[in-house]
Design a protein around this ligand. Sequence first.
Ligand code: NAD
Ligand code: ZN
Ligand code: ZN
Length: 466
Amino acid sequence: MSSTAGKVISCRAAVAWEAGKPLSIEEVEVAPPQAMEVRLKILYTSLCHTDVYFWEAKGQNPLFPRIYGHEAGGIVESVGEGVTDLKPGDHVLPVFTGECKECAHCKSEESNMCNLLRINTDRGAMIGDGKSRFSKNGKPIYHFVGTSTFSEYTVCHVGSVAKINPLAPLDKVCILSCGISTGFGATVNVAKPTKGSTVAVFGLGAVGLAAAEGARVSGASRIIGVDLNSSRFHEAKKFGVTEFVNPKDYEKPVQQVLAEMTDGGVDRSIECTGNIDAMISAFECVHDGWGVAVLVGVPHKDAVFKTHPMNVLNERTLKGTFFGNYKPRSDLPSVVEKYMNKVLSEMTDGGVDRSIECTGNIDAMISAFECVHDGWGVAVLVGVPHKDAVFKTHPMNVLNERTLKGTFFGNYKPRSDLPFVVEKYMNKELELEKFITHQVPFSEINKAFDYMLKGEGIRCIIKMEE
Ligand code: NAD
Ligand code: ZN
Ligand code: ZN
């Protein structure tokens, strides 16, 4: 238990008092988490365009004073009643759209629009009791999309928090909690371009560039970036964008420009601007017969999508997505692992030679396998998995000459080999002292559980004789 558990915490938060006025750093009070809530210490947060729309409140309903912020990483400080799957010290990413794991949407493989916790930009309070956990001089301050991460401490519903690998650097993976997962998922989970296809991306901010990255890894042969700001084009090349179109350079509508460039239309388009005209263009620029357009940008509250119905009848598909259709609690940990694999692979010029997994966590098992070098890498699984865990990887990872093995008791034959291992210790070839960090008498055996559950120390020796 942290010393602050159950108490009000005073901390700094960036409060928006009025639409479009600079945020002011203030000392605020953050109440303890109630039933099914957790209080987080936010370590890193970033800014997404959605925060800006609601702070400007030009095309959105105003709600002030409010604490914005929804792309962040932090650590659980304390948990409220009934919370069993998170504990103080867990590393987490809060997400603007939650996952109760029980409703029809959470149970559907296709949807991430949880009935209970889906994004609601007009709600400024906790769903449990309709009250805010933030206040200043006794006056409540509104929450934003269940996250409000522009505060050193925040309170979230447990369903809006994804627990991730504690080794993942929070200053990097925090951006996976909105923009990057949204854009990447919009392409790979929703638009699903096939190898060799042509993909248009409207808007080349973080979300659009992540969508382009998704097209690149899907093997798209042409990725056409569309933006009103040509200065985005240079950066976009790094994300696999092969051609650029600035609608301002043409008299005719951009959908027509794209249709001419691609002999009838692109195979997939992903709109990441929030601009209604770009949404319509993104739909109308896809090829008839098979084209799919995905809307991601958050529209002005009074926007209306208009197109001739023949554009739909001609066998085009229009879809939309929040958070790239990822289920935040179920899918985000493995998205973080994708980043971790890349880190290891980049640190080691293609992968490690050997990896040994000792966690019991299925995502870590998959990472441990995927981080070994092709051609010769060997991964060994040691951790005991959850009873329903499933090991999944692309078969190409195996074909590319990686080896996956498992072992119990380090493959030692207990009666034949163990005496020799003891001898190794006696000969000082094997050090054991450094593993033994705690010792308790038998009567205090529960302390050993505490150490392990809190992740303190390595091995605790329980002395039977007191
Ligand atoms: P950003 O401001 O960094 O990028 C937007 C880009 O779109 C800019 O480069 C801008 O020049 C360009 N643009 C604007 N109007 C355009 C038009 N008519 N045609 C072509 N380009 C145009 O924003 P971001 O943080 O990358 O977010 C992009 C959008 O995605 C925003 O609308 C944001 O609210 C939304 N969003 C949606 C979700 C979701 O889950 N659906 C999640 C995150 C962000
Ligand atoms: Zn966002
Ligand atoms: Zn749900």
